[in-house]
Every structure is written in structure tokens, then in C-alpha cells.
Design a protein around this ligand. Structure first.
Ligand code: SF4
Length: 447
């Protein structure tokens, strides 16, 4: 079979892309779970949250029915705490360090409780924050993703006027365009951006792209400071013959289309191979299955020990019926009449450790072949090196270089998030935005 769209009925799409982690059914259910919390001194859950949300405090506020206080506790540390409650890999962050693991019992469902508090705050736009008096300072933020939004909100709270320049037609960045729809819906992302801007003092100029419709030089001239939160975006290529065939897709583009065009409009193969095993690979594989592919096979060149996705994400892929071939790498994509028909792979084994101590996969000489009509590349994203060089920003292979105060080599220009660290979790980008705002406030002598 070839790549086609509209494989399922409307009901099947709704079912396959519905909320994967249903919320608490009511307040009592949330309070029962919240009341299990031991309110640990020096709480390890808070220590393992990159934005250091005071988790025992917000959980205690839920038990006393102080939902507004609870939402304030979360959102004052992480303004995207609503979205993070849906997409954070909590099993390796807060929930993973809950002391209940030591007791051999299930951890407190921190993400579900966080969602319980924040969802209502966002839906009803609770006015939890007030702006300080205007400081007569203007800052441009490039990118309305998690880093940019977090930075903008922190600056605006201090009375700074912020204009965000965003190349897409919606805000939210990776949350809006790069995550599986069954984790967080596009509608929720829109509501979260509206909630953030409802503070006031933040204007978003959509469809405005740095380096195309606006230059960094212009922003430097017009604003007292500039924050760059442009993320990463270019898919790493496989570098194998046949990559240009119809049916070879980039995972980021595939996920973007699912989120922007509607499920029936996105073509999917019947037999799909996904290359890579990060979060994006899992999101692409599971969604290919949920769009109606009959077989999805994930190729990963290392073993389960080294996989970049979490155990929970791997289990999700398995639950959705995806097959994983460990220690396997593509070496050629073959096709007929320009359309993919076969993926040739090579068996790998782990060799000597590299400089980072990670064992390097090496070919065993054994090959295999898969009948496929679609190949999805999910081998990581690269920085926007050309743009960064065009802006004359110091960088390492496209990653913007900053000092500890988030400052770049250009005076008054700050940067943070994926464009600096090369790509981490949403919650790391939120913290980077907060750090960037602090650095800008010091630079503007507001703090
Ligand atoms: Fe509560 Fe677990 Fe955090 Fe302790 S570690 S404060 S029990 S959520």
C-alpha cells in the first residue's frame, strides 16, 4: 500500500488522539492523592524540577481547597506549568525522585495534581499576577516558544514592555507544533499562550521571522535589549542513498502537520519505519500508528540502556503496537517510481567509548531489509547555524555562546533555551527564559 490520508473514521481519530492522561474526575479524587504527600523537608521532588516549583506547598494548598494559591505557587515558578504537567518526563524528574519510591509505593502523581490546579486557572484566566509600574523600557523577544514566553512574562511582571517576534501563526513553539496531539491539544496550547499574555504588556507579532522579515540589527536599534529564544529546528539528515524519495519524511514536519492540518489530512504509510528513539521519534511512531499505519518499526543504533527516550515513552510505543529493532541503523532507502518501498538496515554492536564515555555503535557486517512505504527521520535537530552566523553571534556549531548571565557577544543581546543548549526539555527552556529575564533586568538596572 502507498502513503494515503483519511485511513480512519472521525470517531477513530477522536479516540486515538484523545487525552492520554485523563485528569482527576473531581476534587475529592485529587485531594485523596494530595493527602498522601509527606511534605518532605528539602523535598527531592522540588530539587529535581528545573524550575524548582515548591511542590509540597502546592500539594498542601490542594488539600486545603486553595486552588488559586496552588496555581499561583506553580505558575510563579513556571508560567508554562500547565503545559509542563502534560509533557514533562516526570518519571525522570519530580515523580522519579518522590520518596515513595523508597517505600516501594507509587509516587505522588505530581503532574496530575499540577494539571488539576493549572487547567482551571488557564481556562478561566485567573488574574494571579499583577504588573509592577511601567519602567519605560522595551525588550524584544524572538520566539514565542517556552523560553521566549517565560522570559516575556517575567519581564512584563517587572513593568517592562515586551514585543515577541514569532515566525509561526501561533505561539507555544515546540508545545504547539512539536508534541504528540494526545499529550497536549493545540487548543490547550492556544489557551496557555492567551493566559500568559493576559497579564498585559506583552504583544506578539506573528508571522515575523528573524533574518527574513526583521533583522537583529533593527531590533537592537528599536529596543533596550533583545532576548533570543529561537530554538532549534533543522532535522539531522541520515546521509544514506534514497533519502530524497517520496515517503521519506522528517518527524518534526510530520508532527507539525498532524497538529496544524487535522488528522485525516495527514498522509501516512501502511508500513512505516522510524529512525531514532528520542521523544520526537516516539511521538512520530505512535502517531503514525494512531493515524492508521498497520506496522510501525523503530530502528535504534544502540541498546535500551542508552536510549534517549524515557521508559514510559518506550512503553507507550510498545502499547501502541510499535516494534523496536535495537542495534540497527539504516544504510539505504530503496524505491520504485520515486516512492519508498524498502529500507536496508545494518546490524550494529557497541564498540569503544567516545570522549563522553558513550560506547560508539559499529557495524557488524550483517544486513536486513524491511518492506516499508514511509520512512520517518527522527535523529535529532540541529541549530539554525546560518541564521546565527548571519546575526554575527558567537556560536559553537550553531549553538549560541553565552556567558553565565545569558549574555551573547553582542551588547544588549541575550539568549537561552534550545538555541543555546542544543535541545532539552520544555521545562528547561522555561527556566532559561526566567534566567534570561533576570539577566536583562540587571542589564537594564531594574533589579
Ligand atoms: Fe510529597 Fe513525594 Fe515531594 Fe515528598 S517527594 S514532598 S512525598 S511529592
Amino acid at each position: 500500500m502507498a502513503i494515503v490520508n483519511n485511513r480512519l473514521t472521525e470517531e477513530q481519530y477522536e479516540q486515538n488522539f484523545g487525552d492520554i492522561h485523563p485528569p482527576f474526575v473531581n476534587r475529592d479524587a485529587a485531594q485523596v492523592e494530595a493527602s498522601r504527600c509527606l511534605y518532605c523537608y528539602d523535598a527531592p521532588c522540588t530539587k529535581s524540577c528545573p524550575t524548582t516549583i515548591d511542590i509540597p506547598k502546592f500539594i498542601r494548598q490542594i488539600t486545603t481547597d486553595n486552588l488559586k494559591g496552588s496555581a499561583h505557587t506553580i505558575l510563579s515558578a513556571n508560567i508554562l506549568g500547565g503545559g509542563c504537567s502534560k509533557v514533562c518526563p516526570v518519571e525522570k524528574l519530580c515523580e522519579g525522585s518522590c520518596v515513595y519510591h523508597l517505600l516501594g509505593e507509587p509516587p505522588i502523581p505530581i503532574a496530575k495534581l499540577q494539571r488539576f490546579s493549572t487547567e482551571k486557572a488557564i481556562a478561566e484566566k485567573w488574574p494571579l499576577f499583577r504588573r509592577k509600574p511601567a519602567k519605560n523600557k522595551k525588550v524584544a523577544v524572538v520566539g514565542a516558544g517556552p523560553a521566549g514566553l517565560s522570559c516575556a512574562h517575567a519581564l512584563s511582571r517587572e513593568g517592562v514592555e515586551v514585543t515577541i517576534y514569532e515566525k509561526e501563526s501561533k505561539g507555544g513553539g515546540l508545545m504547539t507544533y512539536g508534541v504528540a496531539a494526545y499529550k497536549v491539544s493545540p487548543q490547550f496550547c492556544e489557551e496557555e499562550v492567551d493566559f500568559i499574555t493576559s497579564l498585559g504588556g506583552i504583544t506578539i507579532r506573528y508571522n515575523t521571522e528573524l533574518g527574513k522579515t526583521v533583522s537583529l540589527h533593527e531590533l537592537q536599534q528599536q529596543y533596550d535589549a533583545v532576548y533570543l529564544g529561537v530554538g532549534v529546528g533543522l532535522t539531522r539528515q541520515l546521509g544514506v542513498p534514497g533519502e530524497e524519495l517520496t515517503g521519506v519524511e522528517e518527524a518534526i514536519r510530520f508532527i507539525y502537520d498532524i497538529r496544524t492540518k487535522g488528522y485525516p489530512s495527514v498522509p501516512v504509510g501502511d508500513k512505516v519505519a522510524v529512525i531514532g528513539l528520542g521523544m520526537t521519534a516516539i511521538d512520530a511512531a505512535t502517531q503514525a500508528k494512531r493515524l492508521g499505519a498497520s506496522e510501525v518499526t523503530i530502528l535504534y543504533r544502540r541498546t535500551q540502556e542508552e536510549m534517549p527516550c524515557t521508559e514510559a515513552e518506550l512503553n507507550q510505543a510498545k502499547l501502541d503496537g510499535c516494534r523496536i529493532i535495537w542495534l540497527a541503523a539504516p544504510h539505504e532507502i530503496r524505491g520504485v517510481d520515486g516512492q519508498v518501498t524498502e529500507l536496508m538496515g545494518r546490524r550494529m554492536q557497541l564498540g569503544e567509548p567516545d570522549a563522553s564515555g558513550r560506547q560508539t555503535p559499529v557495524e557488524t557486517g550483517e544486513t536486513f531489509s524491511l518492506d516499508v512505504d514511509m520512512v520517518i527521520k527522527a535523529t535529532g535537530q540541529l541549530p539554525f547555524e546560518e541564521l546565527i552566523n548571519q546575526c554575527q553571534l558567537e556560536n559553537r556549531n550553531g549553538r549560541v555562546t553565552t556567558n553565565h548571565g545569558c549574555a551573547t557577544n553582542l551588547r544588549g543581546v541575550f539568549a537561552g533555551g534550545d538555541c543555546v543548549n542544543g535541545g532539552k526539555e520544555v521545562v528547561d527552556a522555561v527556566q532559561a527564559g526566567k534566567d534570561g529575564a533576570q539577566a536583562i533586568l540587571s542589564f537594564l538596572q531594574i533589579l
